[in-house]
Write a protein that binds this ligand. Structure first.
Ligand SMILES: *Cc1c(COP(=O)(O)O)cnc(C)c1O
Length: 327
């Protein structure tokens, strides 16, 4: 494809994905809920990186895709819940790069039901879906699970839930480096967390006087431990300054109560930015609330990472149909 950068080693193996917009754009929005407290709000638009491999999933998946191109692996197997943005990004990447993709979906009861729109999109992009029982899904981090996958699907790259592994975490440090080099330079960079792989990388890439703030969307997920574990595995130790702001889950993963949807629609109206509901709306709502409570000093430059995009507005609303599962 024209305009795609080539490395000195030859053509980019990911060229058929099409160009990525990196560094992702950063722009300021004027919102009286922040300016009234002397806080400047910037949006880091990772939602604009790529049209189909969306948001932080681009950052987390491309190192895996490059490794597959380098070692010739043709199949990517991964896991996720029934509404997983990660599964959709993997399926889209597989479609664009002509790779075989297999999605192991939590909940074997789903096998007897019509596919929800998210899984239907995965299937349309060529992903083979297999439904696994919740008890089997709980063993997804075990070596026995990986062995069973290899026995069943042959030589394959097994990518963990949400794509979060050391390779992805190291790539997400680039998000931090982009923000360390940005003007204006944010003091605090906030993002919504599922597995917290993006937070673990982001914190590592920020400058020493910047800090990352993660807003979990999953209740009781022990994400602090996850960040420490992921950073140890990715960097051999702890990196950067980060903290978690809990209590903004709105009932937990997959729950999007009407007040949250109204908040998201209003934010989108005010600023012309599409607001994804599962993560981004919860993040922005948390930031409004934390600012109101005085959590950010006067003069703080606060950046919110827009990690994803809402689903196609023509598709039926996924959000409230099932108390969803998985990331
Ligand atoms: C997957 C996802 C996240 C969570 O990323 P983690 O690295 O798992 O914490 C956040 N926002 C959006 C829109 C996502 O799709």
């Amino acid at each position: 494809m024209e305009g795609v950068t080539t490395s000195p080693r030859g053509p980019d193996p990911l060229a058929t994905l099409g160009p990525a917009r990196l560094p992702s754009p950063l722009h300021e929005v004027h919102d009286d809920r922040f300016t009234a407290y002397g806080v400047r709000l910037l949006l880091k638009r990772d939602d604009l990186i790529h049209p189909r491999v969306i948001g932080n999933k681009w950052r987390k998946l491309t190192p895996h895709l490059r490794a597959m191109a380098a070692d010739g692996t043709g199949t990517l197997v991964t896991v996720g819940g029934a509404y997983s943005n990660h599964l959709r990004a993997v399926a889209a990447a597989g479609d664009l790069l002509s790779l075989r993709t297999v999605g192991l979906v939590r909940g074997d009861e789903l096998a007897r039901r019509p596919l929800n729109p998210s899984l239907a999109r995965c299937a349309a992009d060529g992903m083979r879906l297999h439904f696994v029982s919740r008890s089997e899904y709980r063993t997804r981090h075990d070596t026995a699970f990986a062995r069973a996958v290899r026995e069943r699907f042959g030589p394959a790259r097994l990518v963990p839930e949400g794509g979060s592994d050391p390779l992805a975490v190291r790539e997400c440090a680039e998000l931090g480096r982009e923000l360390a080099a940005a003007h204006p330079r944010p003091d605090v960079v906030a993002l919504a967390c599922g597995t917290a792989g993006t937070l673990a990388g982001l914190a590592a890439g920020l400058g020493p006087e910047q800090r990352a703030l993660g807003v979990p969307v999953v209740r009781g997920a022990a994400l602090g431990d996850a960040v420490r574990r992921l950073q140890d595995a990715a960097f051999g130790g702890r990196r950067g300054r980060w903290e978690l702001a809990e209590g903004f889950e709105h009932g937990g993963y997959g729950r999007t109560p009407p007040e949250l949807l109204a908040f998201a629609a209003d934010f989108a109206d005010r600023h012309g930015v599409p607001v994804e509901h599962q993560y981004v709306a919860k993040l922005l709502h948390a930031l409004v609330e934390l600012t109101r409570r005085g959590a950010f000093g006067h003069g703080t430059v606060l950046a919110a990472v827009v990690t994803g995009r809402p689903d196609d507005p023509r598709a039926p609303d996924l959000d409230n149909s099932t108390p969803a599962s998985g990331i």
